[in-house]
Design a protein around this ligand. Structure first.
Ligand SMILES: O=C(O)CCC(=O)C(=O)O
Ligand SMILES: [Fe+2]
Length: 266
């Protein structure tokens, strides 16, 4: 516990040290920043047209087929993930390099940020799939995070909508949820713990059912998951954005080692 508290304050100090004023230089709608700050997310409609989505899905299928032995798959064979897909496909590269995201992440995180990798994901409603992300979690606890997730399939309640517990990006919730047995530095949250948080009524779950082409801008330090799929499939691209000061070789290697760019196992 004490260690986690120290870690927490260290993160706050680090954040202050790296805090930059991006307001003047980065063009980003105030409405978007406010929404992420207050609720933890913003929904950007029609980021892509239906045709663009269909084209990107075909590209992802092709990448999965071509890199079948090196990409990450779950045990169920439901979830296929291509990290660094931007290096394999020029259209995905455009998503990775979209300056509008960069302006927003710099401003939201008040730091220089970089898209570490773009994940191209296809998840199917087969077996006992855990959903995208493997259940309720925070990506990081001590620092805020920014991800842009674009749906390339129409998403309803059955094919793995992104779900977010609104307001849990506020750092005070790290302390508040101790009452439910969730530790300050605990980033995986069981279904039981998530239910306890929701039952209290102060924080509620938002499920993002939306048509393909919808882009979610999310602070993934809040509690979220991709709902386990009941049927169908879901395609999406996700930009993994980090504060530059937070990026190191270890984390880079973590993603590289489960990507087509992994160093040979032999
Ligand atoms: O793809 C999703 O619905 C959420 C996955 C997730 O946990 C994440 O991207 O951080
Ligand atoms: Fe996540």
């Amino acid at each position: 516990m004490m260690k986690a508290v120290i870690e927490y304050y260290k993160a706050r100090v680090q954040e202050l040290l790296h805090k930059k004023n991006f307001e003047a230089i980065a063009e980003a709608k105030e409405e978007i920043i406010d929404s992420i700050r207050i609720k933890g997310y913003y929904v950007w409609e029609n980021y892509y047209s239906a045709d663009q989505c269909d084209d990107l899905c075909a590209r992802i299928d092709k990448l999965i087929e071509e890199n079948s032995t090196t990409i990450w798959n779950d045990e169920e064979g439901a979830d296929s993930r291509i990290y660094f897909s931007e290096k394999l496909d020029e259209k995905i590269k455009e998503f990775n390099e979209d300056k509008r995201f960069h302006n927003l992440s710099n401003r939201y995180l008040k730091a220089n940020t970089t898209v570490l990798t773009t994940l191209a994901g296809r998840i199917k409603g087969i077996g006992n799939n855990k959903g995208s992300g493997g259940g309720w979690h925070r990506d990081t606890n001590m620092i805020h995070q920014f991800k842009s997730i674009v749906y390339l399939s129409d998403v309803d309640g059955n094919n793995g909508p992104f779900e977010y517990i609104e307001g849990t990006q506020w750092k005070r919730t790290l302390f508040e949820f101790n009452q439910y047995g969730v530790a300050l530095d605990q980033n995986r949250v069981s279904d039981e713990e998530a239910n306890k948080i929701l039952e209290n009524g102060k924080y509620s779950k938002v499920q993002f059912q939306a048509k393909k082409g919808t882009c979610l801008l999310v602070d993934t330090s809040g509690i979220h998951r991709g709902k386990p799929l009941i049927k169908g499939e879901r395609y999406a691209l996700t930009n993994y954005v980090y504060q530059d000061y937070f990026i190191n070789d270890n984390m880079m290697n973590k993603f590289l080692n489960i990507s087509p760019f992994r160093k040979s196992d032999k």
